[in-house]
Write a protein that binds this ligand. Structure first.
Ligand code: DLL
Length: 434
């Protein structure tokens, strides 16, 4: 089912003409209203009038996560705050969040994009959507919410957590659609089974839209089998809009359609920054071409994928991206929360007696991610009583939870016990098999 036939099936030529018109308007807009872009363009001798074809996008500079941090909180907004009706935030590379904003029209655009996403999965009016993405600063909960309402579905805004209650509600309210991270879906199924409930028989679910973290074909099969549903991959990132950047379709389940009338995707070589042709693997870069409050020019997502242009059997003409297989930076996604090792480090380094030698061990127990923070302490602290050390561990766990919302186990270890590296320190040991 296609939500917006007019745009989602545009012939390539017409689509490209529309993209160029919108791109030029966006470039003019950021040059005129965002000092960061004006300065960057001026330094490179670029004027908005230089954008004459879509290929000219490649002369524009990249935008990276640090640019958002440097302009924290509202420095990259392209409209005065009076026109910003919503803000969301996501994790930056250090302790500070990065902040994004939306005008009323942006919120409408976003709802349209989620309506398309849900329609890709065959969701329609009359469906009941159990939305277990987190509500709040994270874009998942509210993002899905507005789009589900737009198509006329009934939304259960359950948010994340409180798993047993979620299961009771799923039994009683009979949702036909579930939206959450894929790992949480598996966890929910496991808890349901422990409660004597068979997720494949006792729920009315028909389909699920899963994203916000990497997952594999194997996980798809597990989810589909356990719940007896179709599992659809949905993708997005806060900096670009949130969920609603691309989605798989139910017909093909083969690659995610990028909503190209709103975002222009590129694949680049993460080392050289060179744009790569369709079919080659590299880092996804997005330029927004309709956003008002927070337009982004060539935003480097750090997500690794491939773009392929073959027209899909569902009839959508948009280019597809392969499911995201990894990242070109060290960002971890732990239970749906984005975490950089540098953020954890900034917490550790504020504590007296803690040494700058640490390791993050990420694993999956059952279907839930676990994080262990192993950190060295100096001789003096290490010779303290066990109770003292335990107190310090608890404090670090609490600080990390409060600052980033991630539950972890902290283990203080003996001085010089963490393996030293000769080159780049190996901070992360990711044992998850997804
Ligand atoms: O995770 C937006 C979202 C919410 C997408 C709900 C889908 C569903 P951020 O918190 O800014 O936004 O995190 C964005 O999450 O750069 C990817 O690394 C990862 N990611 C998102 N969707 C997928 C997916 C939301 N389907 C970062 N597969 C992105 C793999 C994903 N990784």
């Amino acid at each position: 089912m296609i939500w917006n036939e007019e745009f989602e099936t545009l012939p390539r030529e017409a689509l490209e003409a529309l993209q160029l018109k919108r791109l030029r308007a966006t470039v003019e807009r950021v040059y005129a209203t965002v000092p960061f872009y004006k300065k960057k363009f001026d330094e490179m001798g670029i004027k908005p009038s230089h954008i004459k074809t879509l290929k000219d996008l490649q002369i524009l500079p990249f935008t990276v996560k640090n640019d958002l941090r440097d302009n924290y909180p509202f420095g990259l907004f392209s409209v005065p705050m009076e026109q910003v009706v919503r803000v969301h935030a996501s994790s930056g590379t250090t302790g500070k969040n990065i902040v994004v904003g939306y005008t009323k029209r942006d919120i409408d655009t976003w709802a349209e994009l989620i309506a398309r996403t849900l329609s890709c999965a065959g969701v329609h009016r009359g469906d009941i959507v159990h939305n277990a993405y987190g509500y709040g600063l994270f874009t998942g909960g509210l993002g899905l919410h507005y789009g589900a309402e737009k198509i006329g579905a009934s939304v259960i805004p359950i948010s994340g957590g409180n798993t047993k209650r979620q299961i009771i509600i799923m039994q009683d309210f009979g949702p036909t659609v579930i939206t959450c991270t894929p790992s949480y879906a598996l966890h929910l199924a496991e808890v349901a089974e422990e409660m004597g409930i068979n997720p494949g028989k006792d729920f009315k679910l028909r389909v699920g839209c899963f994203g916000a973290e990497p997952w594999s074909e194997t996980m798809r099969q597990q989810i589909e089998k356990k719940y007896n549903i179709d599992a659809i991959d949905i993708f997005g990132l806060s900096e670009v809009i949130g969920p609603g950047v691309s989605s798989e379709c139910l017909e093909a389940k083969s690659g995610l359609h990028v909503f190209e009338d709103h975002f222009i995707p590129e694949i680049i070589d993460p080392d050289t920054g060179k744009t790569l042709p369709y079919g080659e693997k590299g880092e996804l870069v997005f330029t927004s071409i309709t956003k008002e409050a927070f337009p982004v020019i060539r935003y480097r997502s750090r997500d690794i994928s491939v773009l392929y242009p073959e027209i899909c059997k569902c009839g959508r003409t948009f280019v597809r991206m392969q499911r995201v297989t990894g990242r070109s930076d060290d960002m971890l996604i732990i239970r749906g929360v984005n975490v950089f090792p540098s953020q954890i480090e900034s917490v550790l380094m504020q504590i007296e007696g803690v040494e700058p030698h640490y390791q993050l061990i990420v694993d999956r127990e059952g279907n839930l991610d676990t994080l262990e923070v192993q950190v060295e302490v100096n001789e003096k602290v290490f010779s303290d009583e066990v109770k003292q050390l335990e107190r310090l561990e608890k404090r670090i766990e609490k600080d990390i939870k409060e600052l980033f919302g991630v539950t972890c186990k902290c283990s203080l270890v003996e001085p010089k016990s963490i393996q030293r590296s000769e080159g780049k320190a190996k901070r992360v040991i990711d044992k998850r098999k997804i």
